[in-house]
Design a protein around this ligand. Sequence first.
Ligand SMILES: NC(=O)c1ccc[n+]([C@@H]2O[C@H](COP(=O)([O-])OP(=O)(O)OC[C@H]3O[C@@H](n4cnc5c(N)ncnc54)[C@H](O)[C@@H]3O)[C@@H](O)[C@H]2O)c1
Length: 235
Amino acid sequence: MRQIGIGVIGTGFMGKAHAFAYRAVSGIFPGTRPELQIVADVNGAAAERAATQLGFPRYTDNWQDLVADPAIGIVSITTPNIFHREMALAAIAAGKHIHCEKPLAPSTAEARDMMEAAEAAGVVTQVGYNYIKNPLLGLAREMITSGELGEITGFRGIHAEDYMANPDEPYSWRVDPTGGQAPLLISAVTLSAWHVFSLVPLTRSLPISKPLLRADPLLPEPASDARSRSTILPA
Ligand SMILES: NC(=O)c1ccc[n+]([C@@H]2O[C@H](COP(=O)([O-])OP(=O)(O)OC[C@H]3O[C@@H](n4cnc5c(N)ncnc54)[C@H](O)[C@@H]3O)[C@@H](O)[C@H]2O)c1
């Protein structure tokens, strides 16, 4: 059984989700067992609590210690978006593989820095889009490329969430323009649209004309001689 040490930075919603997911890996993919090693949070009490609740033997309030630790093979970055680049570059420099939450960064330039550093270092990376490896999408891709569905002339994606619809929802980094949202993400509602954008690669083998809203900085430019349309509508 191959083992690999896991360090998770951030103990909020996604930090917990990553920890749960790593624990389930060996049950689904026999042969590899991620070992939860260190959890980091700027809030030391939260880090300590998460270590107890999620099963990390060590915790820290200093993410740099986690990144430098030789027991860590994969660094999960689950902090607000403005911190992703700094954390990812440090982890890449230390030779760690990265699982970074989406959106990768608040700007294209920052995301590109991260991508180029990872490519130069030869580390493995993953961005936390939830649906791109979903078997349902694999089947959809197969049905599209085999021609089973005929000529695809449009793609309309809607991701509907109302978790921030409550006017009493506390203010947080999610709605703070300096708190990590890319300029395109001007409202809490559009935040959820990232999940629709992540489905666009499904149509990559097809000619794509101008999407209604193009928000993923790493997607290729739409083809100019498009015959079909990729229309992406935020909920
Ligand atoms: N893939 C998905 O479906 C999905 C869903 C929600 C959020 N996200 C992404 O995950 C990331 C985190 O979102 P969340 O909902 O978990 O946020 P959250 O606010 O629940 O948690 C963020 C955590 O990061 C910690 N933190 C903040 N600054 C830190 C620092 N400098 N060093 C160490 N820890 C620090 C906070 O204390 C908190 O525990 C964001 O990039 C968000 O866009 C992805």
